[in-house]
Design a protein around this ligand. Structure first.
Ligand code: ADP
Length: 597
């Protein structure tokens, strides 16, 4: 497929700003023509003096034209810039919203596999770099170019020979500039790669600072950080050093327009081929052309930075979306069926390693099913596929006999609650964090859910109660408390299917009891799938599925599996062993007997 040009990408995001953008361009053009009036005024005043026809009122008249033109130039340029900034920010908004919208529509895996640092860098920083150049490029760039061309036309009208002399410095300056530009694209590309690398290292350093400190890796990580920054500095300086002589030569030649106009003008004047008035105005005009063109050279870099930022943004904007239907479907029931499901995280056809292979599984409505098995066996993957974070590679997952790919994503999300161990809290009030489960819930309903999830007490004890910001409360909340808030959110959502990635990380005996209570409230009467890490909590499941290496090793009740499945028996023994060990250590510490399993 042909790559879209960056100008095309840019213009596809001008929705809502096209009128402002066009108006900004129009005002810039008016400003340019205002800028020409002083030249006209000066020309006439010079002519008057040479002809000896000057009078006070005539001079005042043309001086007024000059001043009026100058005011038009300044004022309209100002209006144009205001509009161009507004348009540029609107374009930025459109691009950022489009990326955010895209991230919602692509498979979750695609988002999770991107580094947060890179995404933040593109969505916030790189997109921001478009604003200033874009806002200035429109009025300034356009008016610089237009002014240069208009002044040149004016100069041609005055005297075409002087016009040529006035722009002779341009081809001369083009030689050193041209030499620099030959490697510019490649150099800019390398510069951006180096800049992205530094960005990545900085983000990694900050994100990983806890691990770096905990494992005393400060010096090694700092060296990597320092090296990246030094390399970037060296690269930038090298590039600067390799070009500054030629760039300065170009900048010195470009405005030296008098080198052409003065000797030629004098020659023409002495030989009676140019009037003194035309000589003077030609010299003034030629200075006008070059001043504006010099401004324009600055925009070469700006254009490049817009191009790169847009290309980075476009990478996200072009991500493949998860296909979704719009039409709501009526689900017959909430039976879940996995039919011959295979899945690989790798999309590359030649390099596919199945994480799940030929999984057949039925989870009847209202039943309690547990997934158990060694770590990496594919338990979480099954749950994620059911929530359609990814699509299955082969086979199908059905709810009430409807393939989940034929259920609109919003309906599927309403049907399935997935409580994971990653209990993310947004930095809004705890009330709003729970209300995420159901945006229409009243404060009372939110509090009822919080009570059912054993959150009410500890929330009430916080200084701000339910209005405490999660960010502020975050440091004070234990892992278990955060988890219960996530469960309250799911209780409020009240979806008919609940999937639970049972957490082990934050369990202490008191919390364990509360979590079990809150889970009981969440799962009452629901089709329940639990990814189990502690087998004692799922002993009563209707069906336990033992997953090993992406395949179902066995299924059945706890008693049946203890009898028939060696892997399950071993896991159970290990679990009892660890419980006994935990009990003994409790006994040693507290001097009381803790009952076994
Ligand atoms: P479990 O929940 O049983 O511990 P998972 O379903 O998390 O197992 O993982 C199954 C396999 O899939 C593992 O080998 C794991 O490395 C791999 N895996 C999990 N998530 C991803 C991912 N986002 N990208 C690539 N591979 C993954």
């Amino acid at each position: 497929m042909k790559e879209k040009s960056w100008v095309g990408i840019l213009f596809s995001y001008t929705k809502g700003s096209k009128i402002k953008l066009s108006l900004s361009i129009l005002l810039a053009i008016i400003s340019v023509f205002g800028g020409l009036l002083p030249y006209l005024g000066v020309y006439h005043i010079i002519i008057m003096f040479f002809a000896g026809t000057q009078t006070g009122s005539k001079i005042l008249y043309w001086a007024g034209i000059c001043l009026g033109g100058y005011l038009i130039k300044i004022l309209f340029y100002g209006f144009s810039t205001v509009l161009s900034h507004r348009s540029a920010y609107k374009i930025l908004e459109n691009i950022r919203l489009a990326i955010a919208d895209k991230l919602m529509k692509v498979p979750l895996g695609t988002v999770l596999n991107e580094s947060i640092g890179k995404m933040k860098n593109v969505i916030v920083d790189r997109v921001e770099t478009i604003e200033l150049p874009l806002a200035h490029l429109i009025p300034e760039g356009l008016s610089s170019l237009l002014l240069a061309v208009s002044v040149l036309v004016y100069l041609i009208v005055v005297d075409w020979r002087m016009a040529i002399a006035g722009i002779i410095s341009i081809p001369l300056a083009a030689i050193p500039y041209g030499i620099v530009m030959r490697t510019y694209n490649k150099k800019y590309d390398d510069y951006m790669k180096a800049s992205n690398y530094v960005n990545g290292v900085i983000v990694e350093y900050i994100e990983g600072i806890e691990v770096i400190k905990a494992f005393n890796h400060a010096s090694i990580s700092y060296e990597k950080f320092q090296k990246a920054i030094n390399d970037f500095k060296d690269y930038t300086l090298d590039w600067f050093q390799s070009t500054w002589k030629l760039m300065n030569l170009g900048s010195a030649i470009l405005p030296s327009t008098l080198l052409g106009t003065l000797p030629l003008g004098m020659y023409l004047y002495i030989n009676g081929l140019l009037t003194p008035a035309d000589l003077t105005i030609s010299i003034i005009l030629s200075l006008g052309i070059v001043e504006t063109l010099t401004k324009f050279t600055v925009f070469v870099n700006d254009l490049k930075s817009i191009e790169y930022a847009l290309r980075d943004a476009d990478q996200f904007l072009n991500l493949k979306e998860l296909p979704s239907v719009r039409q709501q479907v009526k689900l017959k029931n909430y039976n879940i069926k996995l039919e011959n499901v295979s899945f690989s995280y790798l999309q590359d056809e030649n390099n596919k390693e199945n994480v799940l292979t030929n999984i057949d599984l039925e989870i009847p409505e209202g039943s309690f099913t547990a997934l158990v098995g060694p770590s990496g066996g594919g338990k979480s993957t099954i749950a994620r596929l059911m929530a359609r974070f990814w699509d299955v590679g082969k086979g199908a997952i059905k709810i009430g006999d409807t393939d989940i790919r034929d259920i609109p994503l919003t309906q599927l999300t309403d049907t399935v609650s997935f409580v994971t161990q990653d209990n993310f809290l947004f930095n809004s009030s705890l009330l709003e964090n729970i209300r995420l489960g159901n945006s229409k819930a009243s404060d009372e309903e939110v509090k009822e859910a919080a009570k059912a999830a054993c959150c009410h007490e500890f929330i009430e004890e916080l200084d701000g109660g339910y209005n405490t910001l999660a960010g502020e409360a975050g440091n004070k909340l234990s892992g278990g408390e955060k988890q219960r808030i996530a469960i309250a959110r799911a209780i409020l959502k009240n979806a008919p299917i609940v999937m639970l990635d049972e957490a082990t990380a934050f369990t202490d005996p008191e919390n364990e009891d509360k979590i079990q209570k809150s889970i009981a409230a969440l799962t009452k009467g629901k089709t329940l799938l639990v990814i189990a890490h502690r087998l004692s909590t799922i002993r009563n499941a209707d069906n336990i599925v033992v997953l090993n290496n992406g395949r179902i090793e066995d299924t059945g009740s706890h008693e049946k599996l203890l009898k028939d499945c060696k892997l399950y028996r071993d896991m159970w023994q290990a679990h009892i062993g660890s419980k006994a060990w935990a009990a003994n250590s409790d006994q040693n510490i507290e001097g009381e007997v803790v009952s076994n399993v």
